[in-house]
Design a protein around this ligand. Structure first.
Ligand code: PHE
Length: 336
């Protein structure tokens, strides 16, 4: 009997378990109900009384050995599969931080601008980036031969010689949304219209073929230039701080009369300079007429400002191209 037990012990020790199949074969051979260990215990009844203690002890030793070998092999195999799938051995280790993404600097600057104008009583509207000649130029009082219609500045999607077919362009500014708004809504109206615009310009650190603007339009009875300037000064103070240095200059746009531009004084290590942040003016009566708003009853002001410039100033970004390349190493710096 003891010999037999020794033999099983040897078999257990020699059994090679190197995969799941081996493990199962081992279990069937030794540990299952019909396995060698159970069968061995079944013979206990035939063991003479005086040997029972010794034989029982030996059998138990073999059983523990087999179970131990099974458990160890099972653990090793699990570890091996977890390694293969890159799992950690110690699941209590703190996880490595993952980059969950962040808002693009343009989005952050735009959000700030929106908040300011919402506070000033404007609501938010938008329009399409693909426009026709009427909305982008004609209704905005661009004379037919105005240089801004030139192929150099405008991306034409369809340029037609047919009088009945309008040119299609990528909008060169957000001002066409003013036209859409006034066609669809009766005054009074007070909206900002953020969006992407396109110009066929050489790409440099300072200019790009696409950028973002926020258009503003306020139309009501008795809207005047003083309110326009008041609104813009308020914006500059909320955006750049109440001690911002600004100036307002006369300018020209076909769709506003009179027209102005606003600059803010910007200082960095290299010195200070005036930077233009927006164009604005009183809505030209010809624009009102193109959308059937009576210029004898209503007046209004409009403005258009660049979002990219504002984001670049805010974050000290000196190359506009960085805003559009979506390099993760650049974007990661703007976690807020
Ligand atoms: N659309 C003009 C531009 O792109 C800006 C502007 C908007 C000027 C509204 C006056 C009024 O430069």
């Amino acid at each position: 009997m003891i010999d037999n037990i020794e033999k099983i012990k040897k078999e257990i020790q020699d059994f090679n378990i190197s995969n799941e199949d081996d493990l199962e074969a081992f279990r069937l051979e030794f540990l299952s109900r019909n396995g060698k260990i159970q069968s061995m215990f079944a013979l206990m009844g035939k063991v003479p009384k005086e040997q029972k203690a010794e034989v029982g002890k030996a059998m138990n030793g073999v059983k523990v050995l087999a179970q131990q070998k099974f458990d160890d092999a099972q653990l090793e195999l699990k570890k091996a599969t977890r390694k293969e799938f890159g799992a950690l051995d110690d699941i209590t280790l703190p996880v490595e931080p993952t980059y969950a993404g962040s808002f693009h600097p343009l989005t952050q600057a735009l959000d700030e601008m929106k908040q300011i104008f919402l506070r000033l009583g404007f609501n938010i509207a938008d329009g399409p980036e693909l426009e026709n000649d009427f909305h982008n130029f004609t209704a905005l009082n661009f004379p037919p031969d105005h240089p801004a219609r030139d192929m150099q500045d405008t991306f034409f999607v369809r340029k037609s010689d047919d009088q009945n077919e309008q040119d299609l362009v990528l909008r060169t500014h957000t001002s066409p949304v003013q036209i859409r708004l006034m066609k669809n809504q009766q005054p009074p109206l007070r909206s900002i219209m953020p969006g992407r615009v396109y110009r066929n310009e050489a790409v440099t650190a300072k200019s790009y073929f696409q950028f973002n603007q926020v258009e503003g339009l306020y139309v009501d009875k008795n809207v005047n230039m003083g309110e326009l300037i008041e609104t813009l000064v308020m914006f500059a103070k909320l955006m750049y701080g109440s001690d911002v240095k600004y100036r307002v200059r006369p300018s020209y746009f076909p769709f506003t009369e009179p027209s102005i531009e606003m600059d803010v004084w910007w200082e960095n290590e290299k010195g200070g300079q005036w930077l233009e942040i927006l164009g604005a003016g009183m809505v030209d009566p010809n624009v009102f007429e193109s959308v059937n708003v009576d210029p004898e009853i209503y007046t209004g002001f409009a403005f258009g400002m660049g979002v990219d410039r504002i984001a670049m100033l805010r974050y000290g970004i000196d190359d506009i191209r960085l805003l559009y390349e979506n390099d993760i190493r650049f974007l990661e710096q703007f976690k807020s």
